[in-house]
Design a binder for this molecule. Structure first.
Ligand SMILES: [Cu+2]
Length: 347
């Protein structure tokens, strides 16, 4: 196909070019600061990109997709996001209620989203997704939000709370606001910026999971946190990279180690903008799925594939029956091939 400098880079191009080294080159060209903030990528950048892609073709054809297993900063952040839960700074109020204090800072920052690709994100505490906020039903949750970004932002939590704590008011650059409410109902929730244009503010990275544990704890399990997302690298309203926990192919490069026969519980949400639906498919096994996980009487779905709309979330409970490598990925094949796939390694 003839190179057309005016034609935007499509996700199909990325798919076609999809060798790790090539993605790095694409990222480097697209994320050239001069081109990124404009509507389209500069012709010069695209020309360089095209030449670089040609030189990578042979390697790609010979080896197929070969994501690097190098533990980059982005990959480490994705692995940390799996098991890091922020329980806040805990204190007791005079009436005996547990108070949890958290701090979230919005920043304009570059985040590594795939091997060699940096994304000019807006992030809570420097990572996409932001920290996983966790508490117990009935706790008083206090989140001090400081806006260190150049743009107005807010934090909108899902759950039941007073409307003046709902995050619709912008918090201006360089100022702060403290959200305070009682955590309810128990379940798997989420938080995100709620300032228009919303798709842009969310897509740039201002989101994370918010888990409210029930007062009667769930059964002991190996607990994992997962956020599905996408990145639109050339601002054409389509994603070119898809991930779980912010980094393409993270758990292909580094499979998630679990034990056969132990209960694995995953708190899963979907923050993919521009595509209406994302999904989670597990190979060679089934799992129980609790939508939101707020209804203690709900009967889970017993399946190997679930889908989530934007902002939808739920709890998966998996037992791996025997040792082996179990693939998991979005069942939109294109998303999987653009980064949203990985493995559980049961030992
Ligand atoms: Cu925002």
């Amino acid at each position: 196909m003839a190179f057309d400098p005016k034609r935007p880079v499509s996700r199909r191009d990325v798919l076609k070019w999809g060798a790790a080294g090539t993605l790095g080159v694409i990222g480097g060209a697209l994320l050239n600061p001069g081109s990124w903030f404009g509507k389209t990528v500069k012709a010069m950048d695209k020309h360089e990109l095209h030449s670089a892609l040609q030189s990578h073709k042979h390697h790609m054809m010979a080896h197929g997709y070969d994501p690097s297993t190098e533990k980059t900063k982005g990959l480490e952040a994705a692995i940390r996001a799996l098991t890091e839960f922020d329980y806040g700074k805990v204190s007791k109020r005079a009436d005996g209620r547990t108070v949890r204090d958290y701090e979230l800072v919005a920043m304009d920052t570059e985040v590594e989203i795939a091997y060699g690709i940096k994304f000019p994100g807006w992030a809570f505490n420097g990572t996409i997704p932001g920290p996983t906020i966790r508490c117990t039903e009935g706790d008083i949750v206090r989140i001090k939000f400081w806006n260190g970004s150049k743009h107005p932002h807010s934090i909108h939590f899902h759950g039941i709370h007073p409307t003046n704590m709902d995050g619709l008011e912008p918090v201006q650059s360089g100022t702060d606001f403290t959200y305070e409410f009682e955590a309810k109902p128990a379940g798997m929730h989420l938080y995100h910026c709620h300032i228009p244009p919303l798709a842009k503010h969310i897509h740039k990275g201002l989101y994370g999971n918010f888990i409210i544990d029930p007062k009667k704890p769930r059964a002991p399990a190996r607990e994992l946190n997962m956020v599905m997302n996408g990145y639109d690298l050339d601002l054409d309203g389509e994603n070119e990279v898809y991930t779980v926990n912010g980094y393409a192919f993270a758990f292909q490069a580094w499979p998630i180690e679990v034990k056969a026969d132990e209960l694995v519980r995953i708190y899963l949400s979907n923050f993919t903008e521009f595509d209406l639906i994302n999904s989670f498919h597990l190979h060679a096994n089934f799992f129980k799925y609790y939508e939101v996980g707020a209804d203690p009487d709900a009967r889970p779905v017993w399946t190997d594939t679930i889908m989530q709309c934007q902002g939808q979330r739920g709890i998966l409970e998996i037992v791996f029956p025997e040792p082996g490598k179990y693939m998991f990925h979005a069942h939109q094949s294109e998303f999987a091939e653009l980064g949203w796939m990985g493995f559980f390694e049961a030992k």
